[in-house]
Design a protein around this ligand. Structure first.
Ligand SMILES: Cc1cc2nc3c(=O)[nH]c(=O)nc-3n(C[C@H](O)[C@H](O)[C@H](O)COP(=O)(O)OP(=O)(O)OC[C@H]3O[C@@H](n4cnc5c(N)ncnc54)[C@H](O)[C@@H]3O)c2cc1C
Length: 400
C-alpha cells in the first residue's frame, strides 16, 4: 500500500491550487492528487465564465470578500508569471430602468466598502464607452478581468509536479474514507480494479460531491450540495467585438449570482449567460441526462422543496429562461438592444455546486468541515475560481 503525506481529491482549480501551494511550502512532501475523470478541470472549473472577479457583491468581512480580493491579484500575478491567457478588461454594471437605480446605488456602496474604487457613469457616458449598450446609469469596476481557468489548473498541477513530489492519478474515484489515529485510509476504484492508499492528511476538493465524501467519512454534514445548471449561448461571430468590457445587469441583492451577463471570452468570442436552473443530477449537462436514482434522491429530501418554495419567483424565472430561447434573448436585449435568439449558437453548460441547508437556505460563503486528519471544502461557489490561491493558503494554514 502506498503512503503519502497529503491526498487531495479533485483536480479542479481548488485541488490544483492546494497541490501547488503545498509543493512550494513543503517541497519534500509526498502529494497525491486524484480525480475520477481522465483529465483535470472536467467539471465546474472547465465550464465557467472565465471571469476574474474583483469582489463587487460580497458581504464585507466574509471569506468571499476577503479571498476574492486577494485572489484577484494573485490570479493576475500567476497569469503573468507563467504567461497564461488573461486580460484586465473591466466590468460595467448597468441599470436598465429607473426602478433599478436604488439597487445600483446600494451595489455601488458595497463596491466602495470592498475598496474597489468604482467609477459612476451616466447613460451618456455608458453610450460613449459602449455604443451597443443601452442603460439609464451604471458603474465601472476596472479591476475585473478574464482568463482560462482550465489553463491555470493545468499550470498549477504541472508546477506541483516539477517542484514537489506530486503525483496525479486520473480515473481514480474515492469510494471510502477511514480515519485512523495517525492519518486516513482511502479506497479507490479505477479501471484496473480497486486499491488503497494511506495519507497523513486528506483534503477534499470534490466540488459537487464534497458533501457525499464528508458523510462517507462519518462526519456530521448539515447541508447538501445541489446542482444548479448554468446555460450559456455563444454569440454569432459578428458580435465578437460588441463590447470592450464585461456587461452585467443589476442583480437581485438576495441572489447576486443571478443575471445573464455578456462576457468577452479568452479566444476572442462573446458569450451570454449563465442562468441558474435546479437540475436533475450533478453531471446532468444535457437536459435529460441523469440516472433515475439520482433524480429521486435529489427530490426525496425536504431541503429541496423548501428551497423551491422560498425562492419560487426566481426559480420560475430561471426555468423559463431555460425553456424559451427567445425569453433568454429578451433578458440580454434589455441592455443590449438588437440581440435576438437568432444570434445564439450552442455553448457548453456548467453545473454549480451550491450548498443548501436543511431549511432550504442557500449557503453563500465558503465553508470548511474538519476532522483530525481531513479537511473538506464544503462549499466553494463562484468566485472560487478567482479565489483558489487564497483558499489554498487558508486550507494549508488550517492543516498545520
Ligand atoms: C456556470 C458557472 C460559472 C462560473 N463562473 C465563474 C467565474 O466566472 N469566476 C469564478 O471565479 N468562478 C466561477 N464559477 C465558480 C467556479 O468555477 C467554481 O467555484 C470552481 O471551479 C470550483 O472548483 P473546484 O475545484 O472546487 O470544483 P470542480 O472544478 O468541480 O472540481 C472538482 C473535481 O473533483 C472530482 N471528484 C469529485 N468526486 C470525486 C471522487 N469521489 N473521487 C475522485 N474525484 C472526484 C471531479 O471529477 C472534479 O474534477 C462558476 C461556476 C459555474 C458552474
Amino acid at each position: 500500500m502506498s503512503e503519502y503525506d497529503f491526498a487531495i481529491v479533485g483536480a479542479g482549480i481548488i485541488g490544483a491550487a492546494v497541490a501547488y501551494k503545498l509543493s512550494q511550502r513543503q517541497p519534500g512532501a509526498r502529494i497525491l492528487v486524484f480525480d475520477k475523470e481522465a483529465y483535470c478541470a472536467r467539471h465546474q472549473t472547465g465550464r465557467n465564465s472565465g471571469v476574474i472577479h474583483a469582489g463587487v457583491y460580497y458581504e464585507p468581512g466574509s471569506y468571499k470578500a476577503r479571498f476574492c480580493r486577494q485572489g484577484l491579484e494573485h490570479t493576475f500575478e500567476l497569469c503573468e508569471q507563467f504567461d497564461l491567457p488573461h486580460e484586465r478588461c473591466g466590468k460595467l454594471i448597468v441599470a436598465t430602468g429607473q426602478h433599478e437605480l436604488s439597487a445600483l446605488d446600494a451595489l455601488f456602496e458595497r463596491c466602495q466598502q470592498n475598496a474597489l474604487n468604482p467609477q459612476r457613469l451616466t447613460a451618456a457616458e455608458i453610450q460613449r464607452r459602449e455604443p451597443a449598450i443601452n442603460a439609464v446609469g451604471g458603474f465601472f469596476v476596472k479591476q475585473t478581468g478574464i482568463t482560462d481557468y482550465k489553463a491555470i489548473t493545468q499550470c498549477l498541477l504541472q508546477q506541483a509536479q516539477h517542484h514537489g513530489r506530486c503525483q496525479i492519478h486520473y480515473q481514480h474515484s474515492l469510494k471510502t474514507i477511514n480515519e485512523l489515529p495517525d492519518g486516513t485510509l482511502l479506497r479507490f476504484s479505477h479501471p484496473q480494479g480497486e486499491s488503497e492508499v494511506k495519507a497523513a492528511k486528506l483534503i477534499n476538493c470534490a466540488g459537487i460531491y464534497a458533501d457525499e465524501l464528508i458523510r462517507r467519512q462519518g462526519l456530521k454534514c448539515d447541508f447538501r450540495m445541489l446542482p444548479f445548471k448554468g446555460e450559456y449561448y455563444r454569440l454569432n461571430s459578428h458580435y465578437n467585438d460588441i463590447t470592450q468590457h464585461l456587461i452585467y445587469p443589476v442583480p437581485d441583492p438576495a441572489m447576486p449570482f443571478l443575471g445573464v451577463h455578456l462576457t468577452r471570452m479568452i479566444g476572442g468570442y462573446t458569450t451570454v449567460g449563465p442562468n441558474a436552473v435546479l437540475t436533475t443530477g450533478r453531471e446532468a449537462y444535457n437536459r435529460l441526462l441523469s440516472t433515475d436514482a439520482e433524480w429521486l434522491h435529489l427530490f426525496a429530501h425536504g431541503d429541496v422543496w423548501k428551497l423551491l418554495w422560498r425562492y419560487k419567483k426566481a426559480a420560475v424565472k430561471e426555468l423559463y429562461s431555460s425553456l424559451s430561447k427567445s425569453h433568454y434573448a429578451r433578458l440580454v436585449s434589455r441592455y443590449c438592444p438588437g440581440i435576438t435568439a437568432a444570434d445564439f449558437l450552442p455553448y457548453r453548460a456548467g453545473i454549480r455546486a451550491q450548498a443548501v441547508d436543511r431549511n432550504g437556505l442557500l449557503v453563500h460563503d465558503f465553508k470548511f468541515v474538519e476532522s483530525a486528519h481531513a479537511l473538506h471544502v464544503g462549499n466553494a461557489p463562484s468566485p472560487a475560481a478567482t479565489s483558489a490561491l487564497p483558499i489554498a493558503d487558508e486550507i494549508i494554514n488550517r492543516l498545520f
